[in-house]
Design a protein around this ligand. Structure first.
Ligand code: HEC
Ligand code: HEC
Ligand code: HEC
Ligand code: HEC
Ligand code: HEC
Ligand code: HEC
Length: 421
């Protein structure tokens, strides 16, 4: 018996160890892919997409057609590889009309391998899109549920009001009936007299008057409250923009990171709208979708006109006119809102406040942007304290405890955003 149990014990240990190893390997690989994704998005995505030709070729399946060694050499110094006469390198260079890829000489082999792991991972088909769309749908469902509950609430309220009014009417009828009986005993009254006597009866009934006043105050109060909260609310505001720029196409289908165009949201108060030069990183070569058949899309032509860029000569003129995007989200001047505090410090996703932007053909205002909206979130959201801002505060706190002096600078008093809009 003992032998059997010790053998079983050993077996269990071996199994658990190999499971742990497998787990470690897979998490390591997942980490590689994640790291690779980060590098790809910051260093390569401006020119490459996985499944689509941009400035550079589509990189889907590249790890199957080229060796890892070749790819590392290429990424670190493609110019040298082309110069050395490597036939593959020369071929791709010729194909891309001799445009040059940036050399990433400082990128260690490990990082290139992570990027390759990410490309390989992205090249295998996954039902990713479906999952994302599902998430969006769930949000919509929530919104719908909200609407339904709201409607049910309104209906119930209406029923309550009808029942109460019915009661009031019945009481009034009773009052009128008793009055009329008394009056009829005397003579045939005129209608004006009838009303007068009804009003007299009503005023005499203190309970009834009290109730009516209460109802009126409640109604006015609710109405006032609602209008106050909704002053300047523009949920759903969707102005027509000067260029049909689609977030669904750029941030959704082509997976361009928000950061690429709205980098300000991560490090300053304003998210800011990208300048036309940012568009040109891609649109100096992408002139429109396939159905323009090589012709320039009229929407893209607007970018060229704004920059006074001539696509034939590929030269800039000296008469640029800025694109006049219509601002959608707008707080009044007396309210201070800082993007980086929410995005970088608090780690709130853009979509929490702006909705599923990556599915919008045209951006609309998703959140009400009211004070109630800000306050509700502040009351329910946990603060993340594992960042430099709080580490500095804790350090400052410790130095007070030690009796050292603390300056305003130590609690962030030198940050531009604390004093400047
Ligand atoms: C400035 C634009 C640009 C950037 C940034 C860029 N590439 Fe490229 N890449 C190109 C161009 C253009 C080519 C086509 C070859 C040529 O003309 O040099 C290319 C070719 C390649 C190829 C060869 C593809 C093939 O079919 O053989 C690989 C692999 C590659 N790039 C990977 C990367 C990686 C990984 C990064 C990021 C670390 C990156 N590139 C960043 C422009 C760029
Ligand atoms: C390729 C560049 C690009 C990318 C990528 C991009 N945007 Fe935009 N964004 C723009 C431009 C241009 C506008 C102004 C035109 C418009 O409103 O559609 C804009 C407008 C907006 C607005 C409305 C601004 C206003 O006027 O109030 C929001 C919100 C926004 N973007 C959020 C995002 C989010 C979130 C992402 C990532 C999921 C993202 N954007 C990705 C270029 C981009
Ligand atoms: C906590 C909510 C919140 C988050 C998170 C948030 N925003 Fe905003 N965003 C706002 C508010 C509020 C405004 C209006 C600001 C104003 O009028 O001063 C705004 C305005 C904008 C604008 C137009 C005006 C400007 O600031 O240039 C853009 C573009 C924008 N946001 C993009 C983004 C992007 C991209 C992200 C994610 C990286 C993001 N936002 C995250 C609340 C948020
Ligand atoms: C990182 C690359 C990239 C950047 C930056 C970029 N775009 Fe695009 N854009 C694309 C791609 C890819 C397409 C899809 C082309 C296709 O359908 O084949 C596209 C398509 C478009 C279209 C539709 C073209 C048509 O078929 O009519 C418009 C309009 C457009 N972009 C405007 C802009 C504007 C405005 C900016 C700057 C705010 C911008 N883009 C920045 C990559 C980019
Ligand atoms: C999605 C939730 C959310 C929404 C919506 C939101 N905030 Fe915040 N806000 C936070 C969180 C979380 C913090 C804490 C960030 C930190 O750790 O410093 C914060 C911090 C702040 C701070 C700094 C507070 C301090 O003491 O340093 C200000 C100011 C602020 N928000 C203003 C606003 C305004 C104005 C709005 C509405 C236009 C708004 N916020 C909407 C989540 C939100
Ligand atoms: C402690 C508050 C405070 C901080 C922090 C601060 N500033 Fe200032 N800044 C001011 C004041 C006040 C003025 C106006 C001075 C004047 O009018 O003489 C000013 C003026 C300026 C001006 C000149 C504006 C003009 O029109 O003349 C610039 C530019 C500027 N600051 C940039 C910055 C930058 C960038 C940072 C962050 C590195 C920063 N400031 C941090 C308080 C501050």
């Amino acid at each position: 018996m003992r032998n059997v149990s010790s053998v079983l014990g050993k077996l269990a240990r071996i199994v658990s160890m190999s499971l742990a190893l497998l787990f470690a390997v897979t998490t390591l690989r997942a980490q590689d892919v994640k790291e690779g994704e980060k590098i790809f998005k910051s260093k390569c995505a401006s020119c490459h997409a996985i499944g689509q030709k941009r400035v550079g070729p589509a990189l889907k399946g590249i790890t199957d057609t080229k060796s890892e060694e070749w790819l590392i050499k290429w990424v670190q110094n493609s110019a040298a590889l082309i110069k050395s006469g490597d036939p593959d390198a020369v071929a791709i260079f010729e194909e891309y009309n001799k445009s040059v890829m940036t050399n990433f000489t400082d990128m260690p082999d490990e990082q290139v391998k992570s990027v390759l792991a990410y490309i390989k991972d992205e090249s295998t088909e996954k039902p990713k899109e479906g999952a994302a769309a599902g998430g969006g749908a769930a949000k919509d469902d929530n919104a719908n549920l909200f609407m339904i509950f709201g409607l049910v609430g309104v209906v119930i309220l209406a029923i309550v009001v009808i029942v109460v009014l019915n009661r009031v009417i019945r009481t009034l009828e009773k009052v009128i009936a008793t009055n009329q009986a008394a009056i009829e005993a005397e003579e045939e009254p005129k209608t004006s007299k009838k009303f007068l006597s009804f009003a007299q009866g009503f005023i005499k009934n203190k309970k009834l008057v009290g109730f009516a006043v209460l109802m009126l105050v409640a109604l006015l109060g609710v109405g006032g409250w609602k209008t106050m909260w909704n002053v300047g609310v523009h949920t759903g505001y969707q102005p027509v923009q000067p260029i049909k720029f689609s977030h669904q196409l750029h941030a959704g289908v082509n997976k361009i990171e928000c950061q690429y165009c709205h980098g300000g949201a991560f490090k300053s108060k304003n998210a800011s709208i990208p300048s036309a030069n940012v568009c040109m990183n891609c649109h100096n070569t992408i002139t429109g979708s396939e159905h323009y058949d090589g012709e320039i899309s009229p929407e893209i032509a607007k970018i060229y006109r704004a920059l006074d860029w001539n696509p034939e000569t590929r030269a800039y003129g000296n008469n640029p006119k800025p694109i006049q995007w219509v601002r959608i989200h707008n707080l009044p001047d007396f309210a201070y809102f800082n993007h980086s505090q929410h995005v970088t410090v608090a780690g709130v996703e853009c979509q929490t406040c702006h909705g599923p932007i990556e599915t919008m053909e045209e951006v609309y205002q998703y959140s009400p942007l009211t004070m109630k909206w800000c306050v509700d979130c502040h009351q329910t959201t946990d603060v993340k304290s594992d960042n430099k801002y709080y580490e500095d505060l804790i350090k400052a706190h410790e130095s007070i405890k030690k009796g050292e002096k603390m300056t305003a600078a130590m609690i962030g008093g030198l940050e531009c955003g604390k004093c400047h809009y």
